[in-house]
Ligand binder design. Sequence first.
Ligand code: AMP
Length: 456
Amino acid sequence: MCAIVGVYGSKNASKIAYYSLFAMQHRGQESTGISSADGSRIHLIKKRGKVADVFDEKNMGLLTGDCAIGHNRYSTAGADSILDAQPVFARYKLGEISVAHNGNLVNKDEVRERLIENGAIFQTDMDTENIVHLIAKSKEDKLIDRIKDMLTKIEGAYCLAIQSRSKMFVVRDRFGIRPLSLGRLKDGGWIVASETCAFDLVGAEFVRDVKPGEMLIFDEEFEGDYISEQIFEPDYHPCAFEYIYFARPDSIIDGKNVYAMRLEMGKRLAKETPADVDLVLPVPDSGVAAARGYAEGLGAPFEMGIVRNHYVGRTFIEPLQEIRDAKVKQKLSPIKHLIEGKKIAIIDDSLVRGTTSRQIVKMLKDAGAAEVHMRIAAPEIKFPCRYGIDTPTKEELISSSKSPEEIAELIGATSVGFLSVEGLVDALGHDRSYSLVSFDGNYFAGGCAESPGCSS
Ligand code: AMP
């Protein structure tokens, strides 16, 4: 999960990085950081907390220079120390370096063991620290060659923004699992960001997506331009989960608007698993677009029958089950007079552990619903993602061991229905080979269901 941004060639580099991270806050709320480079030094500020809480006029003033990279972190359960905040900064033979990473390296443990054997010391459990060590230990003379050297040693999902005192390097893994786009700023500078919603806020023009296996190099020598190198043969597998849940609805990933994709998933869901209901309600906000599509597909009325309190963060982020339970009630509350006596279809984007749905079904029944049909605009999640989406262990994934009928019984719903994998691919389009690992367990980029996850 997480978000990265990189800005080059703008006198407002750190401010633009700030606003970009603000627009991408949904990708990670645990910690945030920006490092800037002014040609002779790298300056870094990172802390636990949200973007608007961590940065202020005073500390932003320290982030001078026309290049800045930034990161929002979404931690996996347990690992939430300040040390795990990014960008990761280090001093090494060639000077100073800072790295921001979105994704998950599947060979993190093997690489780390080898580095430790050779005397390396680590401060964190993050895979990103491996990257810094590999660059620092490379025998190559130039930073670009050290980065290339490092890239031959890591496997898995990564989008990287790497900054030296005067240059910026951006890399996307050869599978293009996590999204990364390139934009042009009004003042002629360049911006790369995990999602295009960042461009909209800072007034940047979308140029193109960074290609799978591509490296972009930004350097003063290129006089306002950048250089592109295709480092690896692409084998494109963009993540379907970005469209299902993770990305913001206004973002465009690989030329496809996220909202439009969710609407389409909802329509397919109505075809595949209709329900005889009086009303279609979304789980706000994650299910809104799909519920609109479902209602349209069914020809049933759509209502915002559950109110969301926006002062509570995403529930899933809490590592402890008890906190997660209480937070659902804090966050969502039903409009009784809409619901009373009605047959309801309630739509969410995905079902992970079943915590949210169980509470929502109970909430709707307590509000007097006659029937509650839970519909999920994604296939059954049976396998943990190892490519940067934070999913719990296979055992905790309710669909890994239970059928829709058993889940309906467990969560107290009248019925439960999922979108099929084919339906999902129909909605997204057959022009790509999507990463569907959570649904089909095809770990094409390495890793397996049993290896521990570590999203950066
Ligand atoms: P659960 O209550 O465990 O079934 O989780 C389902 C809810 O979590 C849905 O409302 C989703 O929008 C949301 N969700 C799905 N995947 C993730 C994820 N990887 N991280 C955070 N939230 C998620």
